[in-house]
Design a protein around this ligand. Structure first.
Ligand code: PEP
Ligand code: MN
Length: 686
């Protein structure tokens, strides 16, 4: 009986799997068909000389797909993730088409010899494959031991192109490659960012504790130092590149030896992966430059970057004068690196990347003016920028039927303010010190200025499942930041105190998964550095607003700080508390009005809405309103959240929970998801 049941289940599963395989094959066919159409579109665009990207059309396309998807039960995060990839692919394909045509390379299959440092399977090899993935080419690799030989091989014509690593997000710039660009005649024609994912690989499956020797590139070993420390009695042997270390263990065939390399290198050499993702930092990227003998032109419709090297004149302030040129012409500088000039101690050569095309009039003017402040300049090349900006989703469209935007709220007419006579005890926080609004950028979210952000999430991080549900709810409704308390300031020492660092891991993992910045509270000076490693914004809670040791400590952090107004604090005291943080060097402070104690006991606290226009007059710092902690009752959160937007707050922070009555902290004020959805619809309409 049991056997037949199992057999039936197996049959059912194989039938289902067959169906899934069929669907997947169809998806591939459809994607290929879509690509073909996309190619036809670019041919028409070429004839009409129309722009390659049409953000309006992209936004309409995404909104339409998300609406269809919702009817089918697919969430917008999932759909937008997939379609961003599809759109990116299409844009890249079209850009490639115009680029090849412009540089008269045609559509015929080309054979390209690429010079790299290292052997097949190395990161340079993988990055080259990625760079050419959309072009119709056969790649042949010219493998060299040293970077210098790679450059020479292209200069001599032995290879067509060089692909060289220039910087890594964990270990920084690769000096040797920077120095080579000073003297070479090659021009940069492209760059490629490649995510480095180190694995421990070996000849056979073996428990990691038994490994006696690890072969690794010295940079790879240092990027995986924490993992290596966990293997007892292991010795490390260094190699020039990661793939070579894999080749070495393959040749030796010793079961007790392992190497650090990519998954692809392990596959190429048919070795076993003992453990994946072993780097200290999970987000680890290397940027590669593609260089060749002849500079290439970039179509003016393609976003473009230019790289140059310069040495400034021997006059005081010449570096500042040079950088000012970029500011005057509003050209965005994306990189500035300095290298000593060999033979001239204490003199520097500057390597700059900026947005713009060397062929454009604007960049010609910049280069011309830069010449007045420099004594040496070399143009390394202009090349298409790899970063494609994603079209933002229109949540008003997604969450509700189109509604006319009301013209009220923020457009209240401003009259000259009555001047306060009392001297201010804070300076850096004041409008007198800085008249423009401070705008704080966290990942892709801007807080301050004319932006309105919604921070939402549970009061406390309770477990992984509930945080993932909350993050999805934030994302699906167009809120931008996920909140969650890991260290909780509780009135009673017997109440739930939070999951601490374990909770922070849950929160940051959810943030990464849904591409949302996260905010969490720090209670203790000792936790600041550790929490700041992964949380995007640190919160100083109301009860700690005048904990000066904590203010000073967060003032040394590189992360933005959200400072909540104390339960009994005046606006002046709040700004002085902010001054503590600012004066330590951290100029990224967000203020939060979260209700104060008054004689009124009908609600948890009293939301001081007048503080918002007052603060906006006194300070340049962004001001957020937390209606949840102010009112303390879920049914009154929506009207106060709306009021906050109307009075000019730069955003709100609200608490919700998948099952509010069961919340481990602040259950009364946690919104039901349905209430949060209503709140977001209402907020988008304002
Ligand atoms: C919180 O935001 O989690 C919190 C505890 O708020 P407050 O410090 O404003 O009470
Ligand atoms: Mn709370």
């Amino acid at each position: 009986m049991k056997i037949t049941m199992n057999k039936k289940k197996k049959l059912d599963i194989s039938l289902l799997r067959e169906k899934i395989n069929g669907i997947d094959s169809n998806l591939i066919k459809l994607l290929a068909d879509r690509r073909k159409l996309s190619k036809e579109v670019i041919q028409t665009k070429e004839k009409l000389q129309s722009p390659i990207r049409d953000q309006k059309r992209e936004a309409e396309l995404l909104n339409r797909l998300i609406k269809i998807g919702k009817k089918e039960g697919l969430d917008s995060h999932f759909l937008s993730k997939i379609f961003y990839e599809v759109i990116d692919d299409s844009v890249r394909l079209q850009q490639n088409y115009v680029q090849l045509k412009l540089n008269s390379k045609g559509e015929k299959k080309r054979q390209i010899k690429v010079a790299i440092q290292g052997i097949e399977g190395s990161y340079s090899f993988l990055a080259s494959q990625k760079y050419f993935s959309l072009q119709n080419v056969d790649l042949y690799f010219v493998c060299k031991k040293r970077f210098e030989e790679v450059v020479a091989s292209v200069e001599k014509g032995e290879a067509d192109l060089a692909v060289l690593p220039i910087e890594n997000t964990t270990s920084g710039g690769i000096n040797e490659v920077y120095d080579l660009f000073l003297h070479t005649t090659l021009s940069i024609i492209g760059d490629e960012k490649f995510q480095v994912k180190h694995c421990l690989v070996a000849n056979e499956e073996i428990s990691i504790g038994k490994i006696k020797k690890v072969y690794a590139h010295y940079q790879a070993a240092s990027q995986c130092s924490k993992f290596l420390e966990t293997i007892p009695n292991v010795s490390i042997e260094y190699f020039d590149d990661t793939a070579m270390s894999v080749q070495k263990i393959k040749e030796e065939g010793n079961a007790l030896f392992a190497a650090i390399a990519s998954e692809e290198a392990a596959k190429l050499f048919k070795l076993k992966i003992l453990k994946a993702d072993i780097a200290n930092q999970s987000e680890n990227y290397t940027r590669f430059l593609v260089a060749t003998r002849k500079p290439e032109k970039v179509d003016p419709r393609i976003p473009c970057k230019t790289s140059i090297i310069m040495a400034t004149s021997h006059t005081p302030g010449s570096l500042v004068e040079s950088l000012n040129v970029f500011r005057r012409y509003n050209v965005n500088l994306t990189k500035l690196e300095s290298r000593p000039i060999i033979g001239n101690p204490w003199e520097e050569m500057f390597y700059l990347d900026f947005e713009g095309n060397i062929e454009s009039e604007l960049i010609q003017k910049v280069i011309d003016e830069l010449g007045q402040h420099t004594r040496f300049m070399k143009i390394l090349g202009s090349y298409p920028s790899q970063e494609l900006a994603h079209t933002k989703l229109d949540y008003l469209q997604i969450l509700s039927e189109p509604v006319e935007k009301k013209d009220d709220g923020n457009s209240l007419t401003e009259q000259p303010a009555v001047k306060k006579t009392k001297p201010k005890s804070y300076r850096l926080a004041s409008r007198e010190y800085k008249s423009d609004d401070t705008i704080i950028k966290v990942k892709n979210v801007e807080i301050g200025g004319n932006n309105f952000v919604v921070i939402a999430g549970p009061c406390s991080v309770e477990n992984e499942e509930m945080v993932m549900k909350c993050a999805l709810e934030v994302k699906e409704n167009g809120a931008q930041i996920l909140r969650g308390g890991c260290f909780k300031p509780r009135t009673s020492p017997y109440s739930f105190q939070g999951l601490g660092m374990e909770g922070l891991k849950i929160l940051t993992d959810a943030g990464k998964y849904y591409d949302l910045p996260v905010i969490t509270e720090v209670l203790d000076t000792e936790h600041v550095v550790e929490v700041a490693k992964t949380a995007d914004i640190l919160q100083v809670g109301a009860r700690n607003m005048q904990n000066f040791a904590l203010l000073k400590e967060v003032g040394k952090s590189h992360r933005p700080i959200m400072l909540k107004r104390g339960l009994m604090a005046s606006i002046d005291e709040l700004l002085n508390a902010a001054e503590y943080i600012l004066s330590q060097g951290n100029r990224q402070v967000i203020l939060c009005e979260r209700g104060i104690r008054t004689f009124e006991t009908a609600t948890r606290n009293t939301l001081d809405l007048s503080a918002i226009p007052v603060l906006k007059e006194l300070t340049h710092l962004p001001v957020i309103v937390d209606p949840s902690h102010a009112v303390g009752e879920r049914n009154k959160v929506i009207p106060l959240a709306k009021a906050a937007k109307i009075v000019g707050a730069h955003g709100i922070m609200v608490e919700f929970h998948p099952d509010p009555p069961k919340a481990l902290s602040d259950p009364e004020q946690a919104l039901y998801f349905s209430q949060f959805e209503e709140l977001m619809r209402e907020i988008h309409r304002l």
